[in-house]
Design a protein around this ligand. Structure first.
Ligand code: NDP
Ligand code: 2IT
Length: 456
């Protein structure tokens, strides 16, 4: 019998035709598809089993109305999402993002990346992502609580400790997770580990807030070690001023590096002297407690440069300062081809991604062509979800591990991920290419599980 089997290019064209407006999702799928050809050659049966077609189609998408009342008594309506992409390796797992830019394309790209990221960890985690186009900025605690409760009053029926375990992401931190978890507990009448990133006294894991940032720096240190280098004395550009950026900064400082930039959605600071622990504590208090703007850093430390900026504009000035390392830790597509050229011209030989898909496809191609050390987000920032997996394990045991134990496990996991990316890249004839290594390594695990579990 003759069977018509689609080529990878044909499948990619269908992704474009089917959802023409989902650019971020196309970008993420493209990034993976252009590296996995050799796996398909070694496994010709995968084409007939439509492994690619299945991997890009979410198992389930939930889109829902979130009506809530603001402090002025006005009813507001937002749109909520949960994309349950893949459960072949474990319960759906991935964060929630509250930001005005959230739409189905963004949530699908994040869920798709999460599947591969989670597969890279040695833990049993499926992949998902969710969120809403709600902007917590400028909202009172009461408004945020009412929004979270309204959001959970629909989401609760789709999640559970063995079904789907959300966590934080942009705009969803410890305050939001508290309100979301509280509502889940009320509606389900169960105290379970249905969320990660929980408060320390109600089931959270030590090191979870630090995990993504610390993990990024552990991954960077592993990459540098392959060239006999360390972070000691290296000038580092970091974008963002959220959890990922600030704990990346903390660990860079701990390992002897120098942090000269940070940014938020309104501007960046360039501190030629470099941050120290006192300056970092100031930023943490500014962003996490007072929810203020980085501009205040300039008021407190007048010698620094402050530039108002929007990282999604033509180019992001943050990447123009001379440095040795760059850690994009804010948001997707915050680093384009022009920025990549500027980074290289400024002396950068390591780019390690704390954010998900912060570099555009063209920027990635430049890093690969120049053979600098380039750690893609799905490998480099996997420490966050990995410690979420450790939080789930501790919740199941009804125990909690000390800080040192969680940190040691995180470090080991980042080492394992780094090695598996390198080994696979070598095995597939692209030594040192962490993009191919991460994609192929994740793809092999997910596709194998998918095939073994049959057509479900
Ligand atoms: P936060 O909300 O804590 O911080 C995000 C930071 O980036 C803030 O400084 C924010 O500015 C800035 N930012 C966000 N969106 C934009 C935008 N559209 N334009 C300009 N600036 C923006 O989020 P996280 O630190 O948790 O997440 C940062 C990145 O890391 C995201 O890509 C996320 O997906 C990824 N990530 C998160 C993990 C986690 O466990 N939280 C784990 C792995 C990856 P402002 O302060 O003005 O809001
Ligand atoms: O992008 C990510 O990996 C996260 N936002 C964390 C996901 C999680 O479930 O901890």
């Amino acid at each position: 019998m003759n069977v018509r089997i689609s080529s990878v290019d044909e499948i990619m064209s269908r992704v474009h035709e089917r959802d023409p407006d989902q650019q971020e999702f196309h970008q993420a799928v493209h990034g993976v598809f252009e590296t996995i050809g050799p796996v398909l050659e070694r496994n010709p049966g995968y084409r007939r089993l439509a492994v690619l077609e299945r991997i890009i189609e979410p198992e389930r998408i939930i889109v829902f109305r979130v009506p809530w009342m603001d402090d002025a008594g006005q009813v507001q309506v937002n749109r909520g999402y949960r994309v349950q992409m893949s459960s072949v390796l474990g319960p759906y797992k991935g964060g929630l993002r509250f930001h005005p830019s959230v739409n189905l394309s963004v949530v699908k790209f994040l869920a798709f990346e999460q599947v591969f990221k989670n597969a890279l960890t040695p833990l049993a985690l499926g992949g998902a992502k969710g969120g809403a186009d709600f902007d917590p900025k400028g909202r009172s605690d009461g408004e945020v609580m009412r929004f979270c409760q309204a959001f959970m009053s629909e989401l609760y029926r789709h999640i559970g400790p063995d079904t789907d375990v959300p966590a934080g992401d942009i705009g969803v931190g410890s305050r939001e997770i508290g309100y979301l978890f509280g509502m889940y507990k009320k509606l389900s009448n169960e105290f379970t580990g249905v969320f990660t990133g929980k408060g320390l006294v109600w089931g959270g894991s030590l090191i979870r807030p630090e995990a993504a940032g610390y993990g990024v720096v552990y991954f960077a240190a592993e990459m540098l070690a392959t060239r006999g280098k360390t972070l000691e004395g290296r000038r580092c550009l970091i974008s963002g001023a959220g959890d990922v950026a600030l704990f990346t900064a903390e660990k860079v400082l701990a390992l002897g590096g120098r942090v000269v930039t940070l940014s938020d959605s309104t501007g960046l600071i360039y501190d030629e002297q470099g941050l120290d622990s006192e300056k970092l504590a100031f930023v943490k208090e500014l962003k996490n407690v007072r929810r203020g703007r980085l501009k205040e850093y300039k008021e407190r430390y007048p010698d620094v440069v402050y530039l108002p900026c929007d990282p999604l504009l033509d180019h992001n000035s943050l990447w123009s300062f001379p440095a040795d390392c760059a850690f994009p830790c804010a948001t997707h597509n915050e680093l384009n081809a022009k920025d990549a050229e500027r980074l290289l011209a400024g002396g950068v030989d390591l780019v390690c991604e704390g954010a998900n898909m912060p570099s555009t496809s063209a920027a990635v191609q430049i890093f690969l062509a120049q053979k600098i050390l380039y750690g893609p987000g799905k490998a480099a920032n996997a420490g966050g979800v990995a410690v979420s997996g450790l939080e789930m394990a501790q919740n199941s045991m009804r125990l909690s591990w000390p800080r040192e134990e969680v940190d040691a496990r995180l470090k080991l996991i980042m080492k394992i991920i780094h090695k598996s990316c390198l080994d696979i890249a070598h095995d597939y004839g692209v030594p040192g290419n962490y993009v191919a290594g991460a994609n192929i390594s994740g793809f092999i695990k997910v596709s194998r599980a998918m095939v073994e579990q049959g057509l479900v």
